[in-house]
Write a protein that binds this ligand. Structure first.
Ligand code: GLU
Length: 332
């Protein structure tokens, strides 16, 4: 089938090792694996351990064991974000040099107060844009405040990455992407169809590096996807509203835009997305029945046309049948 001819397809699964895989994360893992196999492409695994304080010891090893038990094995050894600091620093350096990133010393309280003044009390699950206090104005000065330290950039000389602190003696700063004047982004998701987001209205200039020195998810993911040659991203729908940020960031760095497919979410009895934070149980993969049950549940969420009920073959047989079902699913 020409639409699935796989020349140059590179896909990935990118779990944060904050706990074991659960029924929701398996849907994203399985879909990304199926899509890579259906395209005859490469499937990679990236451990997103950039937020080290949230990654308990042993969680990565458990995820690797779970994927192996499920028969979802990457084609190359896994990469780890905790080892990509130099790559992220080079990207931030390039953005600073191009005038597309700036330091921000706003406290959470300052940001919250400015947002409350402009938009009223916070609402659950509603993100609000950075109010722009540290954003450099047209003359290079911070538009929203006096005495901003943001223009004496620390460590911006050739080859040295920007340091998280702008001025000795001032508190550490975060680094933000300066959005383009028109931050309306249109993109097409393979499952959700045409999408549009005004990134300035949703989140504004977003954080690339946090004031505590940790790299932000958006920067790490956008830079890694390009560095690892990812052509197709298949991941959970909860990340769909991050996609325009990553596309804008990659564009600011002159990097290509991958193709996206966001998979259906698995919800708990309370209607909330299944997540480690909400205490979703890790997959029970102690025996062949546990492995088959987990795969079949994930396949059902993906709408794969496979026989329901007990599977009499092996997990490998099921995966082979699932690749064919994925390829032939309506709308593929
Ligand atoms: N690490 C993210 C997570 O586990 C996924 C990032 C991505 O797929 O872009 O939610």
């Amino acid at each position: 089938m020409s639409r699935l001819s796989g020349v140059g397809y590179v896909g990935r699964f990118a779990p944060s090792p904050t706990g074991p895989l659960h029924a929701g994360s398996l849907v994203a893992a399985l879909a990304s694996w199926l899509d890579a196999r259906a395209h005859g492409g490469q499937w990679r695994l990236r451990i997103e351990d950039v937020d080290t304080p949230r990654c308990p010891p042993g969680a990565e090893a458990e995820i690797l064991r779970q994927l192996d038990a499920l028969g979802l094995r990457p084609d190359v050894p896994p990469s780890r974000q905790s080892q990509h600091g130099a790559r992220y620093a080079a990207a931030l350096q390039a953005l600073v040099a191009a005038g597309r990133a700036y330091p921000c010393d706003c406290t959470r309280a300052q940001i919250a107060a400015a947002q409350a003044a402009r938009f009223g009390p916070p609402q659950r699950h509603v993100e609000r844009p950075y109010p722009g206090r540290c954003r450099p104005g047209p003359d290079g000065g911070a538009a929203g405040k006096a005495g901003c330290p943001s223009h004496r950039l620390a460590g911006t000389g050739a080859g040295s990455p920007p340091a998280p602190a702008a001025d000795p003696g001032t508190r550490p700063v975060a680094w933000r992407l300066r959005l383009p004047d028109d931050a309306q982004l249109a993109w097409t998701d393979r499952r959700l169809g045409p999408q549009r987001q005004d990134v300035a209205a949703v989140c504004g200039d977003f954080v690339l590096r946090r004031a505590d020195g940790l790299w932000a998810y958006q920067l790490a993911v956008g830079v890694d996807d390009a560095a690892e040659g990812i052509t197709h991203i298949v991941r959970g729908e909860d990340l769909a509203d991050n996609t325009p940020r990553q596309i804008l960031l990659q564009a600011a760095l002159g990097l290509p835009t991958p193709v996206y497919l966001h998979t259906p979410l698995v919800r708990g009895p309370d209607g909330e997305k299944l997540s480690k934070q909400h205490g979703a149980p890790g997959l029970a993969l102690r025996d062949a029945a546990g492995v088959m049950g987990a795969l079949q549940d994930a396949g059902a969420v993906l709408g794969l046309a496979l026989p329901p009920g007990p599977w009499t073959g092996t997990a490998a047989d099921w995966l082979a049948a699932a690749v064919a079902a994925w390829r032939d699913r309506p709308g593929a």
